[in-house]
Design a protein around this ligand. Structure first.
Ligand code: ATP
Ligand code: MG
Length: 498
């Protein structure tokens, strides 16, 4: 160790005992002193480096290393110029080729004239900190990637509800973007009051534990006001036992619900078809058995009536018998039609014609006395290929049902239209009647389901319609029903040729 001035001795001792390598440099970049740890590190003795420039020493010991020595970059020159401490971070390769990081700190020592007289340069190995930093940012990047690529929508909000994180799936679901200039608040993401309710549940220890919300189905609101059902879980993020943020994960339920609905509809259709098929077989059997005795009752009854004089006391009774037997015959005819024991004959015709024909077949025009009939028929011909007589039976039943529901007064509308995409023709029969109660909707296509008084309805009308529509590759359904009326929809495939 070279002494610069006698009374510097104790300071140099401090300098030597410093735990990180340190140099004292003159403003001309020459080395004035080096502490022991520095000498040990470069395996040199003090006299060999004193008076040399820092550049010479570094070049000698780290020949492949880049140092910021140009006048523009040199931190020592900046220390002199600004008279304040400077620091620079250098990346090294150690002899084993591993990355090392060094933080070099330059501190000025000012003379009595206020100018920089010496510069202390200390070397701090920050490799550990840098490695941890890199690891941390690597983990953070990975977490960010996992969150951003998740198909589930993920959002996080701070204590005031301001959104601080939102992945791509959440941006798509809610229609907002985190890069929106205005602050987004979590309350905007739910219908009014729901965000508060969720926070209440989150803090409830009896619901999935404190700070956790188990899988819950709620509605959210998108940026354009659409209400979307979602399945969500959420959690409060605590820092030292204090609520710092909340995070939530959402799954859009629209597709799932649509599939479930479709499945339910298909299942109900299947059940309905099975029910119809077995009842059809039963009906056919019963109808056949009754048909023959009925025919003879009517035959012999009519013969008797012809023989009886006009004022014979038994004539009235016989007429009752014949009348009821006639009604039975009608039911049997319907049952046979229902069980498809009649032969359908298909033809191509215009759907508009079905409305006109059916209306003209209702002879009792008194039924329409207080009913306004509105025909919204199609301008262009809409062609279908079906059994005209069978379809007329369906429409007549729909008309009678509608008139019954309206108790003889109201508006009865027919709407005929087609759809290019589905290649289907549609006929709607709309009434302004009492509507079908919710609990009846699943039953009205069942054979013998009727709400009409005894002798007025057999409950076969709609079930026959169901079977006939299926046979004609179409369908019948309740499009809408409520206190203002009912719309029954017939769907049939379009055809092009006559
Ligand atoms: N437009 C309608 N408005 C309200 N209820 C209706 C309507 N159409 C049908 N219904 C209900 O559905 C039931 C079944 O109808 P469906 O046509 O099968 O039998 P019905 O009319 O009772 O008897 P049928 O047609 O055999 O004479 C009806 O009894 C009625 O309760
Ligand atoms: Mg009916």
């Amino acid at each position: 160790m070279v002494l610069i001035e006698k009374d510097f001795d104790w300071r140099l001792r401090v300098f030597d005992s410093m735990s990180f390598p340190t140099l004292i440099l003159a403003p001309d970049k020459t080395i004035i002193a080096a502490n022991e740890i520095f000498l040990k590190q470069i395996d040199e003795r003090q006299p060999n480096i004193i008076g040399k420039t820092c550049k010479e020493i570094f070049r000698k010991h780290f020949p492949h290393q880049y140092f910021p020595c140009s006048d523009m970059e040199c931190p020592l020159l900046k220390t002199i110029e600004f008279k304040t401490g400077q620091s620079i971070l250098l990346k090294f390769k150690d002899p084993e080729g591993r990355d090392r990081w060094e933080d070099r700190v330059f501190s000025p020592i000012l003379g009595d004239d206020g100018e920089v007289k010496y510069i202390i340069e200390s070397f701090r190995d920050v490799t550990r900190v840098k490695t941890l930093e890199k690891m941390y940012s690597g983990v953070w990047e990975l977490i960010d990637k996992v969150v951003q690529t998740s198909v589930q929508a993920i959002i996080a909000a701070d204590r005031s509800g301001t959104i601080i994180l939102m992945n791509h799936a959440a941006e798509n679901l809610f229609g907002y973007s985190l890069t929106d200039t205005r602050k987004l608040n979590i309350e905007e993401f739910y219908p009014q009051g729901i965000a508060r309710e969720i926070m209440k549940k989150l803090r409830d220890e009896n619901l999935g534990g404190k700070g956790k919300l188990p899988l819950t189905i709620v509605d959210i609101v998108t940026t354009n006001g659409l209400v979307v059902p979602v399945e969500m879980t959420a959690a409060i993020i605590y820092e030292d036992d204090r609520e710092a943020a909340t995070a939530a994960i959402f799954n859009d339920l629209r597709e799932k619900q649509a599939v479930e609905k479709k499945l339910f509809e298909t299942q109900s259709q299947l059940i309905q078809s099975e029910k119809m098929a077995s009842l059809g077989r039963l009906a056919a059997g019963v109808a056949h058995e009754i048909n023959n005795p009925l025919t003879s009752i009517l035959l012999y009854g009519n013969m008797m009536r012809e023989k009886l004089e006009k004022n014979h006391p038994l004539r009235k009774n016989l007429e009752y018998v014949l009348e009821d037997a006639g009604r039975c015959k009608e039911i049997v005819k319907n049952l046979l039609a229902y069980s498809r024991q009649t032969n359908p004959t298909r033809q191509v015709f215009e759907l508009n014609k079905l409305v006109e024909e059916s209306l003209s077949l209702i002879h009792d025009q008194k039924l329409f006395m207080h009913v306004t009939i509105v025909k919204k028929l199609s301008g262009d011909p809409i062609l279908i290929n079906a059994d005209m007589n069978q379809l007329c039976q369906i429409v007549i039943n729909l008309i009678i049902n509608a008139l019954d529901a309206m108790e003889g007064k109201g508006v009865l509308t027919f709407r005929v239209y087609q759809e290019e995409e589905t290649q289907k023709a549609y006929l709607e029969v709309v009434d302004t009647g009492c509507g079908i109660p919710e609990e009846h909707i699943s039953k009205i296509f069942d054979p013998f389901f009727t709400t009409k008084e005894l002798g007025k309805g057999t409950g076969l009308g709609l079930s026959m319609a169901y079977g006939i529509m299926e046979e004609n590759r179409g369908s019948i359904s309740v499009k809408q029903t409520g206190s203002t009326g009912t719309t029954i929809l017939l769907e049939l495939p379009l055809t092009t040729m006559y």
